[in-house]
Design a binder for this molecule. Structure first.
Ligand code: ADP
Ligand code: MG
Length: 311
């Protein structure tokens, strides 16, 4: 996934050898997710599906179908803001496997690539099949796979009978139970200062128990051209990176796959539309950070978000 992970377990007695066994189990679970969903692995399921320029059924893992079905639900509910078929646009804008760029692509390149976008061309078949009705269709699960990976690691920890832990992959988190000493897990939301490092400036701190949290933002993966920020969140309708001033969107939800997808959907929609959307989704809350100018921000939160703010 091109990032790091971290697991914290609140438990007094765990031996070095138990830890090593656990680490091996977590690593192998994540390696499996990569072999399914990483476009950086040319032999992964997603890479093979992307190269498969055919409209017949493609055999794929149950886990892959599960993630695709969730992505399609968010595609529908978000009125096509969240769309895992954006891959050709992500690549064209230099945010994918094909390397970075420092100037926007030409208009006609964008409109030609736009023809091959749209999750309505993606058809899951049962638990192991996936079809594309457009041979050129390409998938990018970057906006949902990290969250899914967090859920998978949490599942491994539960199978191993750990009850109190925190899992984090590239900033997406699941917190279960409590820290040693009985406090809730504390997770900071970064201030979206352009090019800042994780944890460098914290906007607010959340206290979490048995929930997931994911953040999407424009401040880490972007290029600047002609005084404008072009970030890695692409509006699938226009073919351009989003242009509004929402700098980051954080979602708390029951599982991290959902939180991850919703946070990206909010980044596409912008603050106002995003607020209406998140209020319509059961069991999900959001925190928005809007950029006023280069270094000042306004924050907004959905009606049920307050309970997650550190008291
Ligand atoms: P991060 O990967 O930084 O946690 P996100 O979860 O928001 O952030 O994922 C952003 C990635 O999702 C982009 O780099 C791109 O690969 C992909 N993407 C961009 N626009 C969309 C979109 N409209 N719908 C789904 N995925 C998208
Ligand atoms: Mg996401």
């Amino acid at each position: 996934m091109g990032t790091t992970y971290q697991v914290k377990i609140a438990q007094a007695s765990i031996s070095q050898s138990e830890l090593q066994t656990l680490r091996a189990k977590v690593d192998s679970a994540l390696a499996r997710v990569n072999r399914q969903m990483s476009t950086y692995d040319p032999g992964s399921e997603i890479s093979r599906f992307n190269k498969f320029e055919d409209t017949t059924k493609f055999e794929i893992s149950t886990e892959f179908i599960k993630v695709v079905r969730k992505a399609l639900m968010v595609y529908e509910s978000s009125e096509k803001a969240f769309d895992i078929t954006v891959a050709p646009l992500v690549n064209l804008w230099g945010f994918g496997v094909k390397g970075h760029r420092i100037t926007p692509p030409a208009k006609k390149e964008i409109s030609s690539v736009l023809k091959n976008i749209g999750s309505s061309h993606l058809i899951p078949e049962g638990d192991n099949g996936l079809k594309k009705s457009l041979p050129e269709l390409q998938l990018d699960l970057s906006a949902i796979a990290k969250g899914y990976g967090v859920d998978i690691v949490a599942q491994v920890l539960n199978i191993e009978r750990f009850e109190n832990f925190m899992v984090e992959i590239g900033g997406e988190v699941y917190a279960q139970g409590e820290k040693a000493g009985g406090d809730l897990w504390k997770i900071g939301i970064d201030t979206p200062t352009l090019a800042s490092l994780p944890g460098q400036n914290i906007q607010v701190i959340l206290s979490l128990k048995d929930v997931a949290v994911a953040t999407s933002g424009d401040y880490r993966n972007y290029f600047e051209y002609d005084g404008k920020i072009f970030s890695h969140t692409i509006n699938p309708k226009s073919g351009y990176p989003v242009t509004h001033n929402l700098a980051s969107a954080t979602v708390v939800a029951g599982n991290c796959m959902e939180a991850d997808a919703l946070a990206t959907a909010l980044m596409v929609m912008g603050m106002e539309k995003g607020m209406r959307y998140i209020e319509s989704i059961k069991n999900a809350e959001a925190f928005f950070i809007v950029r006023k100018n280069r270094d000042s921000y306004d924050t907004f939160q959905s009606s049920g978000f307050g309970k997650f703010l550190q008291k």
